[in-house]
Design a protein around this ligand. Structure first.
Ligand SMILES: Nc1ncnc2c1ncn2[C@@H]1O[C@H](COP(=O)(O)OP(=O)(O)OP(=O)(O)O)[C@@H](O)[C@H]1O
Length: 254
């Protein structure tokens, strides 16, 4: 029978390699300047083959958990799906513009939270008319005003958790075709985590595809019905979260 589900992300034998230059004298500004003047090629000392031939297809309406031990390649794969890293070999196709949920989004530290909400929304391509009615909702969602009127204070006065929550709230305000979340749900307290997990489920219900990288087994179980387990840049298992999680747990307990 033909598969009638609509693919949103196709990863086809993707390989991703980081090239790391020597630290110390060879990476100094003076050495860089000398290379520019002399036209010498920089010496690449190490290559890190982070993703070693990964293939899978993600479909509309799916929430997929990416699990694996530290350094297994989860964030690298997510960044490549977002188009932030090139593939060395193979290909990644995605519908729309996948958005890497901006827990790391650069917000302006000297501007108040509410101005950052406006800027962040405009930067995601929303129109000023769309942004205006959203501001209060985003600030309420982030919970930064739970202990006073913080939204009118500069971001530099926020705790790191508050800043991360605001970033999550801004990114999650927009409907995304493909939403990539890297540990975002780990920020904030239990109450905020519950709200953000609900938001992930809503985004999914709006027919997008959600990828979630997390070390929290509970977050993955609560949000994703499918999981992909990466280990040393290769897929070890891909299937229903329950089954994949069982295999993964047996592996980490060894
Ligand atoms: N900017 C970089 N330059 C060079 N190597 C990198 C870079 N980022 C990651 N790596 C390497 O790529 C491999 C995969 O890293 P990645 O961050 O994707 O793993 P991860 O599964 O997300 O890990 P964690 O669970 O610790 O967040 C690791 O060997 C890491 O050392």
């Amino acid at each position: 029978m033909a598969d009638e589900r609509e693919p949103t992300v196709i990863v086809d034998d993707a390989h991703i390699t980081y090239r790391v230059q020597q630290s110390g004298s060879a990476s100094s500004p003076l050495a860089g300047f000398k290379r520019i003047v002399t036209g010498a090629k920089p010496t690449i000392l190490r290559e890190v083959h982070a993703i070693k031939g990964v293939s899978f297809v993600a479909y509309k309406g799916e929430a997929i958990g990416l699990i694996g031990t530290n350094g297994s390649g989860k964030s690298t794969l997510l960044r490549a799906i977002a188009g932030l890293l090139p593939v060395e070999k193979g290909a990644i196709f995605a519908s729309g513009q996948p958005s890497l949920l901006g827990v790391n989004a650069a917000l302006m530290n000297d501007l108040p939270g509410e101005r950052n909400v406006v800027l962040g929304c405009l930067a995601m391509g929303m129109s000023p008319a769309e942004v205006k009615p959203m501001v209060k909702e985003i600030i309420d969602f982030s919970g930064i005003n739970e202990r006073g009127d913080f939204s009118s204070l500069p971001m530099r006065t926020y705790s790191s958790g508050m800043a991360a929550r605001l970033r999550f709230a801004i990114s999650a305000a927009k409907k995304h075709d493909v939403l990539l979340i890297d540990e975002a749900l780990a920020t904030g307290d239990a109450k905020f985590r519950k709200r953000s997990e609900q938001r992930v489920r809503d985004l999914r219900a709006e027919a997008g595809t959600v990828f979630l990288v997390s070390h929290s087994e509970q977050s993955i179980r609560d949000t994703c019905e499918r999981s992909v387990w990466l280990e040393s840049g290769l897929i070890r298992a891909d299937g229903p979260t329950d089954e994949v999680m069982k295999e993964y747990e047996a592996f980490v307990k060894k």
